[in-house]
Design a protein around this ligand. Structure first.
Ligand code: SF4
Ligand code: SF4
Length: 118
């Protein structure tokens, strides 16, 4: 998947951190994992498009995705406070996390699917 596709499918619709026209040197791990699941055919675009912003869905996966995903994400240290002990009330996770939490909640994937593409 090209960078434009990936930004169109995951970053622009789902991520509060996406800035139109800004050149990102590197994608967060959440977006990269979602992209790999798409590239592997494990999920399709319709699954991604169905991901809505839902705080209770994010919270349900906070611990599991914190361990499998966020702990290994290069953005966590400097850019992303979602997994910090006291995140701001209005803080959202990245678009990749939002997609993955939706997929887990709806049993479209399991944690093992994420681990397979890390
Ligand atoms: S933080 Fe991740 S999902 Fe958000 S714009 Fe950057 S690469 Fe995309
Ligand atoms: S929520 Fe933050 S730490 Fe977790 S994958 Fe997304 S950018 Fe990385």
């Amino acid at each position: 998947m090209g960078k434009v596709d990936f930004q169109d499918r995951i970053c622009r619709p789902c991520c509060m951190f996406f800035v139109e026209g800004e050149k990102e040197e590197m994608a967060c791990l959440g977006a990269r994992v979602a992209e790999r699941l798409l590239a592997a055919g494990r999920i399709d675009t319709a699954h991604v498009n169905a991901a809505e912003k839902n705080r209770s869905v994010w919270e349900a996966s906070r611990q599991d995705l914190g361990e499998t995903l966020c702990k290994k994400c290069e953005f966590r240290a400097e850019d992303c406070d979602f997994q910090s002990p006291q995140p701001a009330d209005d803080l959202e996770p990245c678009g990749g996390y939002i997609v993955l939490a939706h997929l887990l909640e709806n049993r479209i994937i399991e944690q093992a699917d994420i681990e397979d593409v890390l």
